[in-house]
Design a protein around this ligand. Structure first.
Ligand SMILES: Nc1ncnc2c1ncn2[C@@H]1O[C@H](COP(=O)(O)OP(=O)(O)OP(=O)(O)O)[C@@H](O)[C@H]1O
Ligand SMILES: [Mg+2]
Length: 295
């Protein structure tokens, strides 16, 4: 079973994205093709899945070929937000019955979605071999995607760490709550100790104001710099917005259901920063900015 993507101006955009991220090749293993963004957090329930799903749609709306993988192993639920109903999921990939390409389908918002498995404890306890097999399969999507977004679980489980370490960019979602900040720092610390090379970008969620979001980013940036000597970039923020919960209840991504709500504006801005605006693709874009931190 294969799912052809609609033919659009993707070849050009793939080239642009590669140009955009080309600087990173100086500091990480050379690799062409799709960039992997791992959406992670220290504490659970901070909005990762909503960010991953809606960011995927916003990036697709910018003309990028986006693959979204529900990598919250054993507790997957991105399919609910997308109202997607696939017969196969990552558990079938692990058991060797299907390839990643075969379990994914095009879903609302022009995103190629690979569902995860829910309530399958085996998925939460994969062997290192199984994890690396899955990551190798992600690399095989290189030719058909410009961006691969992984909705990871929370915390520092081996699954989360493996995906984050394999990514080109870790998008760390944190909220102003002290527990979220502490857990976010713990995750950064473990990743840095494991010799992470990818940039970490903080997305402050549940912020009551831009000022509060800035405070979240400033705190994490400061502690990571002071204690770990690791630079952290800012991906943007998402305001606390009841439209998100309303959209979740309707099983529709909020950027599609409420495109004019504050959270949608925030999400579009984050997508713009990560992908680079049309006018700034050659010189702007967060991939390029964060590269600057490492050179
Ligand atoms: N900016 C926001 N404003 C208001 N509610 C939000 C916001 N972001 C997320 N939520 C709500 O927070 C809840 C958790 O969101 P979500 O499932 O995306 O978090 P998660 O980090 O993926 O959780 P888990 O760690 O369990 O996977 C949802 O009910 C969602 O509606
Ligand atoms: Mg989630």
């Amino acid at each position: 079973m294969s799912h052809a993507r609609p033919q659009r101006r993707w070849a050009d955009q793939a080239t642009r994205l590669r140009e955009l991220v080309s600087g990173r090749r100086e500091v990480t293993a050379p690799r062409a093709g799709a960039r992997i963004i791992a959406v992670t957090s220290g504490k659970g329930g901070v909005g990762k899945t909503n960010v991953a799903v809606n960011l995927a749609i916003c990036m697709a709306a910018r003309g990028l070929r986006v693959t979204l993988v529900d990598a919250d192993m054993g507790m997957a639920n991105a399919d609910l937000l997308l109202n997607a109903c696939n017969p196969y999921n990552l558990s079938h990939v692990i058991s060797g019955l299907r390839t990643l390409d075969q379990v994914g389908t095009m879903v609302t918002g022009d995103v190629f979605f690979v569902p995860g498995a829910s309530g399958v404890d085996r998925m939460a306890n994969l062997s290192e071999f199984e994890r690396q097999k899955l990551i190798a399969q992600l690399r095989l999507l290189d030719g058909s995607a410009d961006v691969i977004i992984l909705d990871c679980g929370a915390g520092i489980s081996p699954n989360v760490l493996s995906f984050a370490l394999a990514a080109d960019l870790c998008l760390l979602v944190a909220t102003p709550e002290p527990t979220s900040l502490t857990d976010a720092y713990a995750l950064i610390k473990v990743l840095v100790n494991r010799k992470l090379v990818a940039p970490i970008c903080v997305l402050a969620n549940f912020a009551e104001s831009r000022r509060e979001a800035n405070d979240v980013q400033a705190r994490l940036t400061a502690v990571a710099k002071r204690f770990l000597k690791y630079p952290i970039a800012e991906a943007g923020f998402m305001l606390q917005d009841n439209h998100i919960e309303l959209a979740v209840r309707q099983r529709c991504p909020f950027v599609l259901r409420y495109p004019r709500c504050p959270a949608s504006a925030c999400m579009a801005a984050v997508a713009g920063r990560l992908a680079g605006s049309r006018n700034a693709t050659r010189g702007g874009g967060l991939f390029r900015k964060v590269v600057g931190l490492f050179v």
